[in-house]
Write a protein that binds this ligand. Structure first.
Ligand code: NDP
Length: 400
C-alpha cells in the first residue's frame, strides 16, 4: 500500500469556507482540440468547492484510504524542517500544485527512496528536477489542459488592466481621490496595438483567439508553426525568433513552459530589443524573466508595465522586488486555480492515481517524464535538464 504525500496551499486565513459565492461551476464539455476533460471513475468532492488548500485535500482522502493507502497533506514545504522533508523518505507518490510548488530537487529526489511518481495537480512541472526524475526512473505527470483557458482569461484581464491603467485608477477610488489626469496619463486603447505571444500552445492559442475580436495585430513565436488555416483565420504573423517578435509588439505575453531553453529568456540583453513602452504579461513562469532586469526596465521606462502571477521562487519572499517595482500588476499565483479549474485538475489527479494503482497507462497527454526520458507532452514542449536551481529561497517567505 502506498504513501501519498500531497503539498497544498494553506486554507483561507478565516478558515475553510462553509459557503460559496455561487452554487454551480460551469464547465466546457470538451477541450477545443477534442481532448476530453478528466475521466476518473469517480470523484468524492462537490465541484466548485475549494480543493487546492490543505483542508480540500484535492478530494482524494476517501478514495485513497478506501483503497488502503495513506494520505499525508501539508502546506509545509520549504526548509530542512518542513513536513515535506520529514515525510518524503517513504512516499511513493508526491502531489503538488504549481501555485505552491513542492520543489522536487535532485537532493529531495535522492532522499525519497520509494518515490515512483510526482504529479503536478495543474500544468507546468518545472518545480521538479526532470533530469533527476529521469535518472531515478520516476514518472512525472500533469493534468494537461486543465487550466489553460483559466490562464488565458487572466492574461486578457492583465493586458487590459495594464494598457488602460486600471489598477492605479481603482486605487484612486479606494483612496477617496478623483484626479482623472493622474489616471489617464498612462492610459491607452488596446485596439490597433500589436500583441504577440511567446508560444502558441494551449494557452497561447487561446489568448490569440480571445484577443482576435479586439482588432489588434496578432503575432506569435513558437518552435512549431500553427496550421496555415489557423494563421489565416486569426491573421497571425509568425516570428521564428524572440527578437523579431519583440521588435514590433506593444504587448508581449509569455506562454511557454520553463525549461533550460527558456530560463531567463527575458533579460537585460533581450529587453533592449523590445519597443520602448512595451508591456510584458507573464503568467507562465517567473524564471522566464531575469528578476532584476525587469525591475530596471520598468524604472528606466523601457517597459511601460509588467503583470503576471508567477514568481520565482514561490511563495515569493516578502522583500521580492516585484512586489514593489513601478507599474506592475502582479497577483500571487492564482490564474490556474480558480474554483472552476480546481474541479478539473482534482478530477485529473484522481484519474492519474486510478491509472497508476490499476496498472493502466496514464494518458500520453498527461505525461512529462516516463521510463527515464521526456515523454508525451513533456517530449513535445520541454527540453532536457533542470530548472529548480535557487528554489531553496522559498524558505525565506516565512522568515522574512
Ligand atoms: P502547452 O504545452 O500547450 O504549450 C506550450 C507551448 O510552448 C508549446 O507550443 C511549445 O512549443 C512552446 N514552447 C516550448 N519551448 C519553447 C521555446 N523555447 N520557444 C517558444 N515556444 C516554446 O502548454 P500550456 O499552453 O497549457 O501551458 C504553457 C505553460 O504555462 C505551462 O508549462 C506553465 O508553465 C504555464 N501555466 C501557468 C499556469 C498558471 O496558473 N499561471 C497554469 C497553467 C500553465 P512546441 O510544443 O511547439 O515545441
Amino acid at each position: 500500500m502506498a504513501k501519498v504525500l500531497c503539498v497544498l496551499y494553506d486554507d483561507p486565513v478565516t478558515g475553510y469556507p462553509t459557503s460559496y459565492a455561487r452554487d454551480d461551476v460551469a464547465q466546457p464539455s470538451i477541450y477545443p482540440d477534442g481532448q476530453t476533460l478528466p475521466t476518473p471513475k469517480g470523484i468524492d468532492f462537490k465541484p466548485g468547492t475549494l480543493l487546492g488548500s490543505v483542508s480540500g485535500e484535492l478530494g482524494l482522502r476517501k478514495y485513497l484510504e478506501t483503497n488502503g493507502h495513506t494520505l499525508v497533506v501539508t502546506s509545509s514545504k520549504d526548509g530542512a524542517d518542513s513536513v515535506l522533508d520529514k515525510e518524503l523518505h517513504d512516499a511513493e507518490i508526491i502531489i503538488s500544485q504549481p501555485f505552491w510548488p513542492a520543489y522536487m530537487t535532485a537532493e529531495r529526489i535522492a532522499k525519497a527512496k520509494k518515490l515512483k511518481m510526482i504529479v503536478t495537480a495543474g500544468i507546468g512541472s518545472d518545480h521538479t528536477d526532470l533530469e533527476a526524475a529521469n535518472k531515478h526512473n520516476i514518472t512525472v505527470a500533469e493534468v494537461t489542459y486543465c487550466n489553460s483557458h483559466s490562464v488565458a482569461e487572466h492574461v486578457l484581464m492583465m493586458i487590459l488592466s495594464q494598457v488602460r491603467n486600471y489598477i492605479p485608477s481603482y486605487k484612486q477610488v479606494i483612496d477617496g481621490g478623483w484626479n482623472i489626469a493622474d489616471c489617464v496619463s498612462r492610459s491607452y486603447d488596446l485596439e490597433a496595438m500589436s500583441v504577440g505571444t511567446v508560444a502558441a500552445g494551449r494557452i497561447g492559442l487561446r489568448v490569440l483567439r480571445l484577443l482576435h475580436p479586439f482588432d489588434v495585430k496578432l503575432h506569435y513565436m513558437d518552435r512549431h508553426r500553427l496550421p496555415t488555416a489557423v494563421e489565416k483565420e486569426l491573421n497571425l504573423t509568425y516570428h521564428s525568433t524572440l527578437e523579431s517578435l519583440t521588435k514590433v509588439c506593444d504587448v508581449v505575453t509569455l506562454n511557454c513552459p520553463l525549461h533550460p531553453e527558456t530560463e531567463h529568456m527575458i533579460n537585460e540583453k533581450t529587453l533592449k530589443n523590445f519597443k520602448r513602452g512595451a508591456y510584458i504579461i507573464n503568467t507562465a513562469r517567473g524564471k522566464l524573466c531575469d528578476r532584476d532586469a525587469i525591475v530596471a526596465a520598468l524604472k528606466s521606462g523601457q517597459l511601460a508595465g509588467y503583470a503576471g502571477d508567477v514568481w520565482f521562487p514561490q511563495p515569493a519572499p516578502k522583500n521580492h522586488p516585484w512586489r514593489t517595482m513601478p507599474h506592475h500588476g502582479m497577483t500571487p499565483h492564482i490564474s490556474g486555480t480558480s474554483l472552476t479549474a480546481q474541479t478539473r485538475y482534482a478530477a485529473g489527479t484522481r484519474e492519474i492515481l486510478e491509472c497508476y494503482f490499476e496498472g493502466r497507462p496514464i494518458r500520453d497527454e498527461y505525461l512529462i517524464v516516463q521510463g527515464g526520458k521526456l515523454a508525451g507532452v513533456g517530449a513535445h514542449s520541454y527540453s532536457d535538464g533542470n530548472a529548480t536551481k535557487g528554489s531553496e529561497e522559498a524558505a525565506k517567505y516565512k522568515k522574512a
